[in-house]
Design a protein around this ligand. Sequence first.
Ligand SMILES: Cc1cc2nc3c(=O)[nH]c(=O)nc-3n(C[C@H](O)[C@H](O)[C@H](O)COP(=O)(O)O)c2cc1C
Length: 225
Amino acid sequence: MDVREAVATRFSCRAFLPTPISEATVRDILERAAHAPSGGNLQPWRVHALAGNKLEQLKALVRARPELLPRGEGTEYDIYPRDLKEPYETRRHQVGAALYRSIGVPREDRPGRYRQYARNFEFFGAPVGLLLSIDRGMGPPQWSDLGGYIQTVMLLARAHGLHSCGLESWTHWHKTVYSLLDIPSDYMLFCGLALGHADPDVPINQWRAPREPLDAFASFVGFNS
Ligand SMILES: Cc1cc2nc3c(=O)[nH]c(=O)nc-3n(C[C@H](O)[C@H](O)[C@H](O)COP(=O)(O)O)c2cc1C
């Protein structure tokens, strides 16, 4: 698949088919993704790939404690800055509104929103769940490198006909993740990532998050046009 097609067809998939994915496929994606650049070649990523019983075990631990939603066990980092300023707050609001509109859940339907939110911790039905962590000693440049790795995973997934969704929401269950997986204590969970075949027919996969026009975020200086 052409890289432009991979970029254009990637979206945050929030409903997957149960079709299994082989370990060989996941290994191929994760290994190739390590070709992503990182400052000083630190390669500051750590991945735990879960499928089958282990994935079910993790999901069951969260499912057993619905009374803790939405805060779960609290977070180890602020997912968004406190007092998110404009234009970011509006963008965040708009994408949330589009998501809930697509599944017919009105803003005031809190139980309906919690039900959808709980799907994050089912990896939206994906057969593979990745958990990405980083050494706690790393700073913003290395977190950025981890983001580059994650994006490369997402694009390579497209080359296999697969889709994905990043899941920062898993930081709300970091203690549960640490209790189940051998993540060293000097590592911090950043996010989960759902990986699988998209369910193409469901409304939640039908809408797309908008983007700002190029000239709103890019400046061009000194070109001979
Ligand atoms: C690191 C990362 C974490 C994310 N965490 C979540 C999440 O917890 N739940 C969710 O529904 N979407 C999550 N998303 C998806 C974003 O909402 C999505 O990327 C954004 O709205 C743009 O939409 P698109 O990916 O469909 O283009 C995450 C994305 C990234 C990159």
